[in-house]
Design a protein around this ligand. Sequence first.
Ligand code: SF4
Ligand code: SF4
Length: 82
Amino acid sequence: ALLITDECINCDVCEPECPNDAIYQGEEIYEIHFHLCTECVGHHDESQCVVVCPVECIVVDTSKLESQADLQLKYEGLMSAA
Ligand code: SF4
Ligand code: SF4
């Protein structure tokens, strides 16, 4: 999953682009639900939020690294729950 750093300027451009509805407005800045972010695996070749963010403040959450296979499984889990 990705996470949003405190350089976020709350521009709201990323939130509508997320195919998993993983992005939300937190108390201070926008945030990403870890369990919903597949890094766009299953939907797009590139992380759509990273593509649109004007200040490049969205990065991989290195504290909880996931493999492509992990992300694919997460995607399938979300689809079966939907
Ligand atoms: Fe949503 Fe994709 Fe960004 Fe994850 S990488 S928050 S799934 S747009
Ligand atoms: Fe924050 Fe970037 Fe999303 Fe704008 S696009 S709300 S700066 S994370």
